[in-house]
Design a protein around this ligand. Structure first.
Ligand SMILES: [Mg+2]
Length: 261
């Protein structure tokens, strides 16, 4: 088994030194949304990107290339962001990547199919505290609101096992994300955005299992940050909580402004 290197706290002396050396005008700055740019909310519809973060994103967009790679649909993400980044990829990588337009229609059909099947196989989902979110190109089954989350998860898991065709399942924080097996993931998305934008380097911040597709990419041209410590992540750096993300944004802006006054 490959050994995982422990993540370094980003706001440590060594973390900050590497960050300063890394970022410049040729860096793509990419962020996840839920749990990264906004705190997680019990009701996924109720997340809020603070005015301060919105302002920072607008500022960063003027200084460099900004991307958001989220599990939400693009339309939904835009509503919350308040700022349109240069690149916005939705549905965990499956929506909005150039070159994949043809496949998106297939992904949408799959999403609708799974959504219909799940609504039939989980008739008592409300009582169990399970919510099905149809994101068009993917489906998320949330069980954050369940009184017994373990039981809810196993009921949801059984319903997923019955789906035809079978989706690729990526777990998360009290959620099962169902994705088309062929859809690009967040890692594929980031690499493609680097090539599309012509940026030589990429910084990515995320907090959840689907972000590991980026964290596991190798190379000195990538700077990966996981929000929330813990073990088992392949990210190089971590922040202690989402509350530190606004500070990171201001920090990046300060460094870029210093470089290009
Ligand atoms: Mg997230």
């Amino acid at each position: 088994m490959m050994r995982k290197t422990a993540m370094i706290y980003l706001f440590s002396d060594s973390g900050l030194a590497v960050l300063h050396d890394f970022i410049d005008s040729e860096t793509l700055f990419a962020f996840d949304l839920d749990g990264t740019l906004a705190p997680i909310a019990d009701d996924p519809g109720a997340i809020r990107v603070s005015a301060a973060v919105q302002q920072s994103l607008a500022h960063l967009k003027e200084l460099a290339v900004l991307a958001v790679i989220t599990g939400r649909s693009r339309e939904d993400a835009l509503r919350h962001l308040g700022v349109a980044p240069q690149y916005l990829v939705g549905n965990h990588g499956a929506e909005g990547l150039s070159g994949w337009e043809q496949h998106e229609a297939d992904f949408r059909r799959l999403g609708d199919q799974w959504n219909r099947q799940l609504r039939q196989s989980l008739p008592d989902r409300d009582t169990l505290g399970i919510a099905i979110e149809n994101k068009r190109l993917s489906v998320s089954i949330h069980y954050r609101g369940a009184v017994n989350r373990t039981a809810a998860r196993s009921v949801a898991r059984k319903a997923v096992d019955l789906l035809t065709p079978q989706p690729r399942v990526v777990g998360g924080k009290y959620v099962l994300n169902l994705l088309p097996a062929e859809a690009p993931n967040k890692g594929t998305a980031l690499l493609q955005l680097l090539s599309l934008s012509g940026c030589r380097k990429g910084l990515f911040v995320g907090d959840d299992r689907t972000d590991e597709a980026v964290f596991q990419l190798k190379g000195d041209h990538l700077f990966t940050v996981r929000v929330g410590g813990g073990t088992g992540s392949r990210a190089r750096y971590f922040l202690r909580s989402q509350r530190e993300v606004p500070l990171l944004l201001r920090h990046i802006i300060a460094v870029l402004t210093q470089r290009n006054p």
